[in-house]
Design a protein around this ligand. Sequence first.
Ligand code: SAH
Ligand code: SF4
Length: 350
Amino acid sequence: MKIDIKSMTLAEIQEAFKAEGLPGFRSRQVYRWLHRGVSSFDEMSDLSQELRRQLSEKYYISVAIIEKKRVSKYDNTVKYLFRLHDGQYVESVLMQYHHGYSICISTQAGCKMGCTFCATGQGGWFRDLTPSEMLAQIQAAQLDSGNRVSNIVLMGMGEPLDNYENVLRFLELVSSDEGMNIGARHISLSTCGLVDKIYDLADRKLQVTLSVSLHAPNDQIRSRTMPVNRKWNVEALLKACRYYAQVTHRRISFEYAMIQGVNDTDACARELAGRLKGMLCHVNLIPVNDVTGANYRKSSHDRLERFSQILSEKGIPVTVRRTLGSDIEASCGQLRGKHVEEVVAHEGRQ
Ligand code: SAH
Ligand code: SF4
């Protein structure tokens, strides 16, 4: 079994080189190459042939191969479907904002959390991604597009806090000086609400922006659409969010997908406003994306406006989120779902 070298810190590579009798002073060079996104040791042109051979015997470099790519005709948003070394598929979305490029990456192949409105959740969990596979998605998108990414959102497939150790290591690697040097202030992490990990993350004082998929103002609605709520309910989750905001002084971003007739009434808006009162937070309203299989419809534009108005009047900062790449299934798990359906249909025809 070869070792995943791109998931190692610079200190660990130095240490390993020393233990293996490899030239220690080369480790920094190797680390820099890895974080520039090379896919083989042969590309490390300033290392000797012999060292490249030694490295490739012991280590492997994980990559994300572009399987499919869709570019939105409205706003240049690019959605990638990547294939990993074992044939798993994950998605990333590259978005252009006025301040630069932002990428939304996946942290797991699939997800265990089973949210009823989510294509990924409905497909189940396959495996966790390694830190190097999270980096590989960014590197592949940068190389393909020719653009440098300045912001990262952990909001693709998977629940980042359910792959916590690997996500923490990814944060350390991606922010390292010799790596991509993207600091925690430029990174958002989206969670369905694993409360124990929210406390842990707060205590690490990393300055990561926490985005919380709330999607309901009370347990009755939330437990129906998000099974995680049966373990940690709205009250426990909001308490953890208040703690996170207090400790980090960072504004929590609450995601709220508006589903017609489920969570979009005036009463829901008032209840939500009451529960968020006084918290350093912001609410993002987004019309739910249609997911094949789930019988959910997006709320009307008027409903979103009305809901937003109620929150606003009660002093809760709110935006109706513009949906980037609405023509390219740029929402969690949708492209993978489609690809797998196509592959299955194709195989069925043979
Ligand atoms: N597991 C994490 C991050 C990945 S999901 C989380 O749940 O936060 C990314 C975001 O997409 C979450 O806010 C999730 O609730 C939202 N999402 C999933 N399916 C959706 C759909 N059909 N319409 C709108 N948002 C959706
Ligand atoms: Fe998992 Fe997030 Fe989808 Fe829920 S919304 S199933 S937590 S990826």
